[in-house]
Structures are given as structure tokens and as C-alpha cells.
Design a protein around this ligand. Structure first.
Ligand code: PLP
Length: 394
């Protein structure tokens, strides 16, 4: 017997454990100091009342013989798929019900989708990157190539026709950089993928944070995307489902290579290895798309957007270069005075007890950058911004 030796090739990530250790050590040495955490990527507001109401109703249904639900369709209940279809329609995108697959979140699907791709496919990911794209491919023995996301390209790398790729990961609005592609930029990616016969795995987990006109909410708003893209979306950041777990993946019927259909393969994969998301959770997710649900989740998102603006305004006042903040809960800033990511981390922790995430933890191009998140409370965010302003304007 042999284990999968590709696991030896996964880079160990010490990012969040190192942060936790440093914060714990500082806290122990300075028990009187209040630490403000702007490093978290988890939401802090509770589920919307409309979602809670639907969850309760579904729990009650499960208690009666007449309304009990056992195994559901692996790809999700029609009522939720129809709600998602309606949502895409408001963004000008027409989907077939069979193109939508309900899942327990974007992370699982981003990993699981690799089952339908050949082992020798060449993978292109941006650097810096959400580590899941890299690690899932390395586990499967695939070679990963990086494209540079830098201050020069606004952390939005564009296609290079001299590079051949089979699988391309794009995340917009991006984690960690908060940068978001315009529709015109995504059109260039779609044209490139169609020309190369490549497939774009498009992560739209932060789509709900887009406010500016001209930015894409879905890659399927771009002509030609249905022959070259798969889209991953999530209720985690949209509706606070990080602990409730629900997402969806759109695999177009038109996405075919060598006579094989990505949609049919993904359906086969899911019906073989997955037994669906709980009925109760899907009822809760469907409530997100009701009029009441939309109003309530938008109110929660507005709180995070207002936090993001507080941090972005602080950077503007200090003249610090950053991406994100406007269409994203992440602010990705250039560390001042030429500090590297970890030096800046220590500087903030020791001087003003503000905790963020060193950009170097997301890839080589993240060195010299730093991520702050808008998922904290308005009070903590404001206090942190005040402390940062006072410290850096000295
Ligand atoms: N994609 C990106 C870019 C993320 O940042 C995250 C979570 O932080 C996910 C996907 C995972 O989302 P989910 O909670 O739906 O698994």
C-alpha cells in the first residue's frame, strides 16, 4: 500500500497559526491591551430573520410524516434552483435548471470539480491566491503555474497568449486582494479561454459586494462564457451561511470538449459521491431570494460595506496605495515605509494592537502587502481605523 505522495508536495501553511501564536503571546504579555481583529474572513452578523423563519418551518416539516424529507435530488431541490435562476435573470443571465448544482459551499465544489479534469492539465492561478486552488491541484499531482498579480496590473492579471493553459482560476472580487474584473477585462479572458480550449473556474463568492457599474457579477454576463467557464458561488458571504453551509455551482450545458459534456460529468460525479445539501438548509437558502430576504441580507452586506469604506477612507487619508474596499470586503494595502508583510504585522500589533493578515501568506507577490477585512463590527472597525491613522500619520 502507498499513500498519495502528492500530499508531500503541498506547501505547509503557517499563516493563520503563526498569526494566532503571535497574538496569543502578545495578549499574554499585555493583558491590559484590547486587540482589534481585522484579519478574520468570517462573517459576524447573524442569519437574516427570513432565513431563520424558513429554517424553523423546514425543521417542523421534518417532524411530520406527511412533510418529512429523506434523500433529496443530489443536485438540489427545484425550488432553490428556480430561485437562483431568477436571481441570475436579474443580472441578465438565463440559465437552465440543469445547469445549477446546489452544494454545501464553494470550497467543496472548487476541490471536487477537479474530478472531471484530466491529470495532465496545466493549471494557471494568480499569485497572490486563495490557497484552495493550488493545494487541491497539487494533491491531485497537477502542475500549477502562476500569473503575476501586482500593483502594476492592479492585481488583475490579464491573459498572455504565449502561455498555454488548460484550467484557469479567476476570483472576482478577489480574495485576498479585493480587486474586481470589469466585464471588458473578463471578455478578454473568455476570448482567450475559448481560443485555447481552456476552462475558466470562476469564483464569484464575493459577488454580492460589487457596487460599481461595469463590473461583472457573473462570468455568464460575458458573451462566450458558456463554452469555457464554470462558476462557483456561495451563500457564505452573501447571506452569512459560513456555518450553515450552502453554495452552488453553474456548469453550462454548452461546455464540451472532445465530445464530453462538463455538465453531464459533474452530474455523474455528484450523484456518485454526494447526497445533496440538507432540505432544511436549502429552504433557508431559498428564503435569501424572497423580497424580505433580499432586503435583510442587503442590510447586513451594507454594514460590511460601510466598514470597508471606513478602512478605505483611512488609507485614502494616509495616501496609502490599496485595492479592494469598494467592491469587496477586503482591503489590500501596500505596507508603508517599505516594510515587509510580517514586519508591518508586528508593527501594528505592538503599537496599536490591530491584527490583519500579512500578504506574503498568499503568495510571493503578496510580500510587502497586507490584508484587512470588513467583517468585524462597525465599532471595532472604526476604532482600528482611528488607531491606524494616528500611528501612520506621525
Ligand atoms: N472562495 C473564496 C475566494 C473564499 O474566500 C472562500 C471563503 O473564504 C470560499 C470560496 C469558500 O466559501 P464557502 O464557505 O462557500 O465554502
Amino acid at each position: 500500500m502507498h499513500f498519495n505522495t502528492h500530499f508531500n508536495d503541498i506547501a505547509q501553511s503557517y499563516l493563520f497559526s503563526t498569526i494566532a501564536q503571535k497574538v496569543a503571546a502578545y495578549s499574554a504579555a499585555n493583558p491590559d491591551k484590547t486587540i482589534l481583529r481585522l484579519g478574520i474572513g468570517d462573517v459576524t452578523l447573524p442569519l437574516a430573520p427570513a432565513v431563520i423563519y424558513a429554517l424553523h418551518g423546514a425543521v417542523d416539516e421534518m417532524s411530520k410524516k406527511e412533510t418529512f424529507h429523506g434523500y433529496g435530488p443530489e443536485q438540489g431541490y427545484d425550488f432553490l434552483k428556480e430561485s437562483i435562476r431568477g436571481y441570475y435573470r436579474t443580472n441578465g443571465v438565463e440559465l437552465e435548471p440543469d445547469e445549477i448544482f446546489i452544494s454545501d459551499g464553494a470550497k467543496s465544489d472548487l476541490g471536487n470539480i477537479l474530478d472531471i479534469f484530466a491529470a495532465d492539465n496545466k493549471v494557471l492561478v494568480p499569485d497572490p491566491v486563495y490557497p484552495v486552488y493550488v493545494d487541491t491541484n497539487v494533491m491531485a499531482g497537477r502542475k500549477v503555474e502562476y500569473m503575476n498579480a501586482t500593483a502594476q496590473n492592479g492585481f488583475l492579471p490579464m491573459p498572455d497568449y504565449s502561455v498555454d493553459a488548460d484550467i484557469i482560476y479567476l476570483c472576482s472580487p478577489n480574495n485576498p486582494t479585493g480587486a474586481a474584473y470589469s466585464k471588458a477585462q473578463l471578455k478578454e479572458w473568455v476570448d482567450y479561454a475559448n481560443a485555447k480550449g481552456a476552462v475558466i473556474l470562476y469564483d464569484a463568492a464575493y459577488e454580492c459586494f460589487i457596487t460599481e457599474e461595469g463590473l461583472a457579477r457573473s462570468i455568464f454576463q460575458i458573451d462566450g462564457a458558456k463554452t469555457c467557464a464554470i462558476e462557483f458561488c456561495s451563500f457564505s458571504k452573501t447571506a452569512g451561511f459560513t456555518g450553515t453551509r450552502c453554495g452552488y455551482t453553474v456548469v453550462p450545458l454548452a461546455l464540451k470538449r472532445d465530445g464530453m459534456s462538463a455538465n453531464k460529468m459533474w452530474l455523474r460525479r455528484q450523484t456518485t459521491k454526494f447526497n445533496g445539501v440538507p432540505y432544511i438548509v436549502q429552504r433557508g437558502a431559498a428564503a435569501v431570494f424572497t423580497q424580505e430576504g433580499q432586503k435583510q441580507i442587503k442590510a447586513n452586506i451594507a454594514v460590511y460595506q460601510s466598514n470597508a469604506k471606513i478602512i478605505a477612507d483611512c488609507m485614502d487619508d494616509l495616501g496609502i496605495w490599496y485595492t479592494g474596499g469598494k467592491n469587496s470586503p477586503y482591503i489590500w494595502l501596500k505596507c508603508p515605509n517599505g516594510m515587509d508583510s510580517w514586519t508591518f504585522f508586528d508593527y501594528l500589533l505592538e503599537n496599536i494592537q490591530v491584527v490583519g493578515t500579512p500578504g506574503a501568506g498568499f503568495g510571493a507577490n503578496g510580500e510587502g502587502f497586507f490584508r484587512l477585512t470588513a467583517f468585524g463590527s462597525p465599532e471595532v472597525t472604526k476604532e482600528a481605523a482611528d488607531r491606524i491613522k494616528k500611528l501612520l500619520s506621525k
